[in-house]
Design a protein around this ligand. Structure first.
Ligand code: TXA
Ligand code: MG
Length: 354
């Protein structure tokens, strides 16, 4: 069975024996879930093929989807990459430890099991005391995807990890709720200019202030201009998904609210359980269903932090269909909407009034 071990992130020195034990499990080929500043990760020794293979099995993840190697010291990067572009050094200096993952050409030390068969490797140094200590005590190179069952929302609490992976992994280090709540920004450093493959807390602007112009992979943001009809069921892209059908409504806020209220009536008549993701500013206007506020529209960091948690809460309530407002906030809006769109399988309703 899976041990759940609480660690006090304010006084980690008192819990260092627990981290050491977890590090030993990693080096002996086991799996440890641990908190990072973004989401909980599921760690194994990233330089051993058996470690990575176990991760895929526990998550039910296709083994061609590569893992991120987590390090605790910048100099450890040399061991696992073929070359380190000058721009990457500048970015590491600016953002590590922190929620930026960079993709490099891999060295021979990194097994193909970790990179999903690719010649490149994704690396980041997380900004979390438990993660950094575990990496140090676990051999220095921890491969870790998000610690959820493949396809489900990423875990932002230790209990989310237990819900998905209890009995399948050796230990969960419980360091409390994570800070950011959505996964790191991924930047491919093997191309000129570098390309953002996944948006996150570190934005394009923040990166460009350090190294100049970068691009964004066009698949990052789904096309939101479609009128009313859900996009082709791009199930291949359905990730982070709750059990319920999730539909995002866009448009003028008043129109969105009255459309959702109309849908609540319709679906309730069909005996469906309806969930609504609203904000502090709007929840009082909804007239039925299970309404949850994701936070204030003015506070995008809270919106990001609560997104996955709300999706999991609706799962526990056995909701059939969730309607969500959209959150194109100034800094993290791109990252938030990227996750929400994937969770919704790109189902967007553009509301022009009812
Ligand atoms: O914040 C995070 O990045 C969290 C925490 C635990 O660090 N980790 C995380 O891992 O989100 P995961 O496996 O859930 O997502 C990693 C993403 C995947 O979409 C994968 O395809 C991509 O990174 N990736 C990994 N290696 C890559 C590579 N060599 N080239 C391109 N994409 C890569
Ligand atoms: Mg993931």
């Amino acid at each position: 069975n899976t041990q759940i071990v609480k660690v006090d992130i304010q006084h980690l020195e008192k819990d260092i024996d627990k981290i050491q034990a977890a590090g030993n499990i990693i080096m002996e080929g086991g799996l440890i879930a641990f908190p990072t500043e973004t989401v909980y990760g599921l760690g194994a020794d990233g330089l051993k093929k058996e470690g990575s293979s176990k991760i895929y099995e526990a998550k039910g993840r296709p083994s061609d989807n590569p893992l991120i190697i987590h390090i605790s010291r910048i100099q450890d990067l040399e061991e696992i990459v073929l070359e380190m572009p000058g721009k990457a050094k500048e970015l590491a200096k600016a953002f590590w430890p922190g929620p930026l993952t960079m993709v490099f050409k891999k060295s021979k030390r990194v097994p193909y099991e970790t990179t999903g068969g690719l010649e490149t490797v994704a690396v980041r140094m997380p900004n979390h005391p438990v993660a950094l200590a575990l990496i140090e005590h676990g051999g220095g190179y921890i491969a870790a995807p998000s610690a959820n069952t493949s396809g489900k929302p990423s875990p932002t609490l230790a209990s989310h990890v237990a819900d998905d992976l209890n009995g399948k992994i050796d230990m969960i280090l419980d360091g409390g709720p994570v800070g950011i709540g959505i996964e790191s920004t991924i930047l491919d450093m093997t191309t000129v200019p570098p390309i953002i493959l996944r948006p996150g807390f570190i934005t394009k602007n923040m990166i460009e202030e350090v190294i100049g112009s970068v691009e964004i992979d066009p698949v990052v943001l789904g096309d939101t201009s479609q009128d009313f009809k859900p996009k082709a069921p791009g199930m291949k892209y359905k990730h982070y998904a709750p059990k319920a059908d999730l539909i995002i409504l866009e448009g003028n806020m008043e129109h969105v609210i009255s459309k959702i209220n109309q849908l609540i009536v319709e679906k309730t008549e069909q005996n469906m359980k309806v969930g609504v993701i609203g904000t502090d500013e709007t929840i009082s206007f909804y007239t039925g269903g299970q309404v949850k506020s994701i936070g204030s529209r003015e506070d995008e960091e809270t919106i990001a932090r609560r997104l996955y948690r709300i999706l999991r809460e609706f799962d526990k309530l056995d909701i059939d269909v969730i309607y969500s407002e959209s959150f194109s906030t100034p800094q993290m809006g791109q990252a938030i909407m990227n996750r929400l769109l994937k969770a919704a399988g790109h189902q967007i309703l553009n509301v022009k009034g009812v």
